[in-house]
Design a protein around this ligand. Structure first.
Ligand code: PMT
Length: 399
């Protein structure tokens, strides 16, 4: 996915140039090969040596250098799967918008065929200036992508919009740029995380779901071009970029959110670990400790996936099964009983699978009796395997 990809990173002269070092490090950590081009002004803010050490590659700056004669402006333009400019000053944006190529970076950008991502960072008066905004609009028309700057305290001690976007947002934009948009046109509703079933103002019943599996599905579906609605129970994970996010707590809230957003969806993937039962009574005040045991009466929660299965129309419905024994048999019974198109079974007792892990080991079952075994891999890769199956099914339902 990311391993083995190549980025050409242009660094221009602004105080945020030091954050480009952080970006280089984040990309290299993901297995990306980074070649940095610095403008003359960027070198006033940060040393080329910093980027050389972090990227493990020579740093380029001089258009006519004899030192790296094998890496001229054309080979650098062809090197990157994605070209990134971070931070991007008003100056480089202006040059790009008007086709000026008067140094190595602007020349490489003009010669590049790969997607270009520009991450502006500057004083807010400069950023909001009509000319800069016109240049940005013009570049967008030519397919250049922008990761907009954030609002906050700026180097010039004023507050405004102009801070370089978060490194995580820039990395996400890069990973999205080289991902094939094969799910464009799909509207996928995904549930994730646990539910919380309260019985007094301070206590609730829940489970160990972290949300990682569902968030990985939402991230990958978004990167692959789908319109994603993520309905999540309580989770500490960052919300994936570029998706619609709905936060819920209880199974009843999750059910209402799912039913509200069902219209227009082409696929539903239910990775959430929904509590089957909730306390029958919700005490308004904290239940006091008494001698002897406390008995809680539980009542059934709605079975959300069964409700969707009963009226799923042309949608693809994918469920998950977390089992502690008879994984395949139990998963198959749920698949058939609830009218699902696929069920993803994960085993509670397998190390590296299920709750909390960054990885999973799954079996994908279909109603025809097929079982696809997917070995231990990162939840992002697992998500892609599930989405590959979803894509086949949505295409089949359309034809
Ligand atoms: O979040 P992580 O830490 O990454 O962990 C991932 C996971 C283990 C939670 C995930 O991979 C998983 O297996 N999710 C489903 C767990 C589960 O609740 O399985 P189940 O067998 O109880 O439910 C079967 C299916 O019915 C699930 O798709 C569930 O979302 C759905 N369901 C269950 C109960 C209910 N009342 N309504 C439902 O829609």
């Amino acid at each position: 996915m990311t391993e083995g990809k190549r980025v050409v990173l242009g660094v221009t002269g602004g105080i945020a140039a030091y954050k480009a070092a952080e970006l280089t490090r984040a990309l290299v950590k993901k297995g990306v090969s980074v070649k940095v081009i610095m403008t003359g002004h960027a070198k006033e803010f940060i040393s080329p040596l910093t980027f050389q050490v972090l990227s493990g590659n020579p740093v380029f700056s001089d258009m006519f250098s004899q030192e790296h004669y094998d890496m001229n402006h054309i080979s650098l333009a062809e090197y990157g799967d994605v070209m990134v400019v971070a931070p991007a000053t008003a100056n480089i944006i202006g040059k790009m918008a008007t086709g000026i190529a008067d140094d190595l970076l602007s020349t490489v950008l003009l010669a590049a065929k790969a997607p270009i991502i520009v991450c502006p960072a500057m004083n807010d008066n400069m950023y909001t200036h009509g000319v800069v905004q016109e240049n940005i609009a013009r570049l967008k028309k030519h397919g250049v992508q922008f990761v907009a700057p954030g609002y906050g305290e700026l180097a010039c001690k004023t507050e405004g919009v102009g801070r370089l976007a978060d490194i995580d947002d820039i990395v996400e934009a890069i990973e999205s740029a080289w991902t094939d948009k094969d799910l464009r046109g799909e509207r996928i509703l995904i549930t994730a995380g646990p539910t919380r079933e309260p019985f007094d103002p301070v206590r609730f019943i829940t489970n160990y779901s972290s949300g990682k599996m569902g968030y990985a599905l939402a991230t990958m579906a978004g990167r692959r071009g789908a319109e994603v609605i993520l309905i999540s129970g309580p989770s500490s994970l960052p919300v994936p970029r570029g998706i619609t996010f709905i936060s819920v707590a209880s199974a009843l809230e999750m059910r209402d959110a799912v039913m509200t957003h069902l219209e227009g969806t082409t696929a539903i993937i239910k990775a959430a670990a929904v509590a089957d039962y909730r306390p029958a009574v919700l005490s308004e005040s904290k239940i006091k400790k008494k001698k002897g045991p406390l008995t809680l009466h539980l009542e059934r929660n709605p079975d959300i996936i069964a409700e969707i299965g009963a009226k799923k129309e042309n949608r693809v419905l994918v469920g998950f099964a977390m089992e502690s024994e008879d994984l395949v048999e139990n998963a198959r019974a749920k698949l058939l009983g609830k009218n699902m198109d696929l069920i993803v079974a994960n085993d509670l007792h397998q190390s590296g699978a299920g709750f909390q892990y960054d990885t999973n080991i799954i079996k994908i079952l279909d109603p025809q009796g097929g079982v696809e075994e997917v070995p231990l891999m990162d939840k992002m890769d697992i998500a892609n395997r599930i989405l590959d199956r979803v894509k086949i099914l949505t295409n089949a339902k359309r034809s």
